[in-house]
Write a protein that binds this ligand. Sequence first.
Ligand SMILES: Cc1cc2nc3c(=O)[nH]c(=O)nc-3n(C[C@H](O)[C@H](O)[C@H](O)COP(=O)(O)OP(=O)(O)OC[C@H]3O[C@@H](n4cnc5c(N)ncnc54)[C@H](O)[C@@H]3O)c2cc1C
Length: 578
Amino acid sequence: MNYHKFDVVIVGAGGAGLMSAMQLAHNSSIAVISKLYPTRSHTGAAQGGVAAALGNQEEDHWKWHMFDTVKGGDYLTDQDAAEVLAREAIDAVYDLEHWGLPFNRTPDGKIDQRRFGGHTRNFGEGPVRRSCYAADRTGHMILQTMYQQSVKNQVNFFNEYMMLDVLFNDGQACGVVAMNLRDTSIHVFHAKAIVFATGGYGRAWRITSNALACTGDGMAVAYRRGIPLEDMEMYQFHPTGLYKVGILLSEAARGEGAYLLNSEGERFCIRYAPTMQELAPRDMVSRFIYQEVAEGRGIDGKDYVYLSVAHLGKERIDEKLPDITDFARTYLGVEPYYEPVPIQPTAHYAMGGIPTDIEGRVVVDEQNTVMPGFYAAGEVACVSVHGANRLGTNSLVDLIVFGRRAGKHIASKWLPEADYAPLPNDPDGRAREQVESLLGRTRGEGQDAIRKELRDMMMDKVGVIRSEQSLTEARAKLVELRERYDGVRLMDTSHTFNTELMEVIELGNLLDCAEATIAGALARRESRGGHYRNDYEARDDVNFLRHTLAYHTDQVGEPELRYKPVVITEFQPKERKY
Ligand SMILES: Cc1cc2nc3c(=O)[nH]c(=O)nc-3n(C[C@H](O)[C@H](O)[C@H](O)COP(=O)(O)OP(=O)(O)OC[C@H]3O[C@@H](n4cnc5c(N)ncnc54)[C@H](O)[C@@H]3O)c2cc1C
């Protein structure tokens, strides 16, 4: 057995994983395991910015930020967590600045800030400049800055190692099992604390902004080991993906003043959201687009509308939105200086995930019982700060605030009192069996059709609009796909960089995430945030102001569902108007 021992093992080298690592690097032995080279993590694709009420451009307060986060989340947000997010965002952004992140600046040298969807002044009066940014490559800068700092602080990286399993013993987390992609060798990492920071699962949908690696591995591995998944039905579609390819055109464009236009040349958002217009939250703007298309005002009668930036002028476009306008040129052959860009909603962000408390500790039931030594942060986690819908620029804040909290809690509270739990018997048994059975199978179907059918099914039946019928069909399809997956066969059975093997394991993880998403969505007979049911169009606080917890069972498509209350401290649920 390939055996490694560290105080802390962090799985994932995106913004959340590296932020945790930075808190621990000085005083403990830590390893960061990543299936990608760290700077290829999806955090590097984040464009628009990171929210913090610095008030550099106009008056702003963390309380306003907290309120916007709660209201944006359609009141499913846990308000204790939203308070931490908004308060600590300010310090966390200054940490990044001090580590050398090249933010855009105001003329007097402060961090520049711009508008973003759902961020308002004075509890909803109008848009506010809250997003700190580095052109339209904020995530890239965050990732590069933190990776450089991690290298400087001698963090041990295990790059291109894919985590396959998490280990518990004596009532605490004690390790993970990973496969080295170079040679498919299996490695056991023994640790006192484990942090999952493995990101989201947008690849479950046909049209998505997410990178190829966003396959929900951390969620699926935890789920199969009995950890529940929270609010998985809350999945966000971002309104402005490039037509057909899904690549994101950041909300920063609308923050800078871009419009959405229908086939009649009308700025339709004004009709739906008179105050915030194009800067209403994403779940709403995605539905506005859906509605326009349904009523025949899509461009050329098709399922897309236009995003227009031309009126901003070349200079502003080049200074503030260089990358995303290049995407339009490269992928659609459209010149945004003069032409409107075809866009459609794209699967973007998981509000749900592994449940944690505000210290980043994983909790396993309705009573928030902690699983000692197990932490999660970033998109894989559900703290739950985004509730039913995340505001733009609030994910990068989530990474740095809760990544930092998890790291600090481990360093100051957990490590001083914790010891290693012994590894369970045959610690790598499950992982070895998974890999060996895939490599050894000589008959069966390839993965491609299963993957395609899963992504089509999720897009068409578990997308922006859902119903009892579409979700029931989705569940039946999932059961069929899982059965086919269990007999899937690889074309490549080699042991050197076998990317097909990696993809097949990822596909299995996507199926598990889809299962929890569909089950939560079927049971939630209301519309709230990113979850819209055309058979139950109203929000129903009496029955559904609660978090879903989905537990894996042996019955495919039928996780056990339990519920826990939402933490409400200051803001009573109200109707959302923008
Ligand atoms: C195109 C795009 C633009 C965005 N723009 C913004 C924005 O402007 N502002 C904002 O706030 N949010 C934005 N978001 C959302 C935000 O970027 C993500 O939610 C966030 O970066 C996720 O970070 P993370 O650290 O949780 O995970 P990621 O950055 O996705 O990193 C996941 C890490 O886990 C590792 N990993 C995964 N599975 C395994 C495994 N099985 N074994 C080992 N390692 C594994 C990967 O190698 C990777 O290092 C954007 C998202 C996208 C897709």
